[in-house]
Write a protein that binds this ligand. Structure first.
Ligand code: SF4
Ligand code: FE
Length: 482
């Protein structure tokens, strides 16, 4: 079963025995929970679109390992066209869900691990590449959604992993056995883990010789014994419990993050991809982060497309769509959004093969891409709020609109142009509210800032890759300086 249908995917997640906690309670049926279900629907879209012939080229690929047709989210990229198609696929998913569809972290982890395990084996004669390939084939053939877990809680940021007063602030090996290892620690902000079949764990920073136990990478099922997931709150999350589809703004789709605890989890030998080779921790971090920074040049652009469309509708429903100031704001939003897309495509087109044969994006351009993502969506949101007007935060609830006493007043006084119903005007404002202040703002705003690394992380990479020395030489040559 190389390609699962959306329905098969939902049922496969239902069968997992996940330990999920929210509001101090264990969630027995996360698949049916009104706060969590929209996030599952977003991942489901990665399966549904792969079944649709019109999206076949973007959503599916030919496995470079088995030659089988697989979902592109399971694919190891083997050309710059693969890298470009990945970004285009993510834009499409952003357009269809207006939220984070979560499945990219696994795809980005596969591609980082494919090349890093190969290079680790070359130096240490280890067996990580074969381990990883076996896992990659199982992922492709089972069409798994895989979480890529990188961010440790990190405790005191001034201290290395081994120097933390609490040794568990970075995930580490606590026991070595003949058949595998036992690990303990946590990973924070885990996008989509509750909707994933497996989790790949990676180190979060480059490490030194004293951090051997922390330089560890592996994959385990998300319902492995000892894994606990504690759901993160999102702004306006409990609105989903009120029963009003309209007030939620985007009732069908959403994203989800959780704090994931690994409390003495056993990892069998053939699921280990790094175990103590500290100098390769940095390579893995850099490559995973690079791929995920490329990803943001697709997914955030797709969500931006929906937000720009919503702002244009709000203007139309207010009767101001022809005002030159409004037109200019929409132009600015498109310009910013397409600049992000241009960065996503550019770092893909400039990709190069690694020694393992898979393709790595241009790291400088991928970091420039993500650095722009830490800024432009904020400006796009600002312009959307500007166009929408204050009603997006002062509009009464759906219940008031439907109330026999005050409903007619709401309907009468909150109407814009006569040809559009008040209900539709309010619907589009709720959607803008959802993306700028509500649950989807996690994915569109704060995740744009901190997801795939906070702005300073990209600036460090830009400093490393920017090659100022070569630029000085250029200036010297032109100015005739010896
Ligand atoms: Fe994918 Fe974007 Fe969500 Fe990352 S933030 S998992 S790239 S949709
Ligand atoms: Fe992310």
């Amino acid at each position: 079963m190389a390609l699962m249908t959306g329905e098969q995917y939902i049922e496969s997640i239902r069968r997992l025995n996940l330990q999920i906690y929210m509001f101090g309670e264990k969630i027995e049926s996360p698949v049916d929970h009104p706060i969590l279900r929209p996030s599952l629907n977003s991942v489901r879209m990665t399966y549904d679109l792969a079944q649709d012939p019109q999206y076949e080229d973007l959503m599916t690929a030919t496995s470079a390992i088995t030659g089988n047709k697989i979902n592109r989210f399971c694919h190891i990229h083997h050309s710059t066209q693969d890298l470009v198609n990945k970004v285009k696929m993510q834009r499409l998913l952003g357009q269809k869900t207006a939220s984070c569809f979560q499945r990219c972290v696994g795809m980005d982890a596969f591609n980082a691990l494919y090349s890093t395990t190969f290079e680790t084996d070359r130096q240490y004669k280890t067996n990580y590449f074969e381990n990883f390939k076996k896992f990659a084939i199982a992922t492709e053939e089972n069409d798994w959604t895989v979480d890529g877990a990188m961010t440790d809680p990190k405790g005191d940021r001034s201290l290395a992993p081994h120097a933390q007063p609490d040794a568990d602030m970075y995930l580490h090996v606590v026991e070595r056995r003949p058949d595998g290892i036992v690990v303990r620690g946590a990973k924070a902000h885990q996008t989509g883990i509750i909707n994933s079949h497996e989790v790949i764990v990676m180190p979060t920073i480059a490490m030194g010789p004293d951090d051997k136990d922390y330089a560890v990478s592996f994959a385990v099922p998300t319902d492995a014994e000892g894994i606990f997931m504690i759901i993160g709150r999102q702004s306006c999350d409990t609105r989903k419990l009120e029963g009003s589809e309209m007030d939620v703004g985007n009732s069908e789709f959403g994203g989800v993050e959780a704090l994931v605890v690994f409390d003495n989890v056993f990892v069998p030998n053939d699921r280990i991809f790094l175990n103590g080779e500290v100098e390769f921790a940095g390579m893995l971090v850099e490559r995973f982060a690079g791929y995920h920074r490329q990803s943001y040049g697709g997914c955030k652009v797709g969500v931006g497309d929906v937000l720009i469309g919503a702002a244009a509708l709000a203007a139309e429903y207010n009767g101001v769509e022809r005002a030159s100031a409004v037109k200019d704001k929409l132009i600015e939003m498109v310009h910013l959004n397409e600049t992000l897309f241009a960065c996503g495509i550019a770092c893909s087109a400039e990709g190069k093969p690694t020694p393992s044969g898979n393709y790595l994006i241009d790291l400088l351009l991928a970091n420039v891409c993500k650095q722009n993502v830490t800024r432009f969506p904020y400006e796009i949101v600002r312009l959307a709020e500007d166009i929408a007007g204050g009603l997006m935060v002062t509009a009464p609830s759906e219940k008031d609109l439907r109330d026999p006493v005050v409903g007619p007043y709401v309907d009468k006084y909150l109407r814009g142009v006569n040809a559009v119903s008040t209900e539709n005007r309010l619907r589009v404002l709720r959607l803008i509210e959802n993306m700028s202040l509500g649950t989807a703002a996690v994915g569109y705003r704060t995740e744009s800032m901190h997801g795939a690394g906070s702005p300073q992380a990209q600036r460090i990479m830009i400093a490393r890759q920017g090659n100022i020395g070569a630029k000085k030489k250029l200036a010297k040559a032109i100015a005739h300086i010896d």
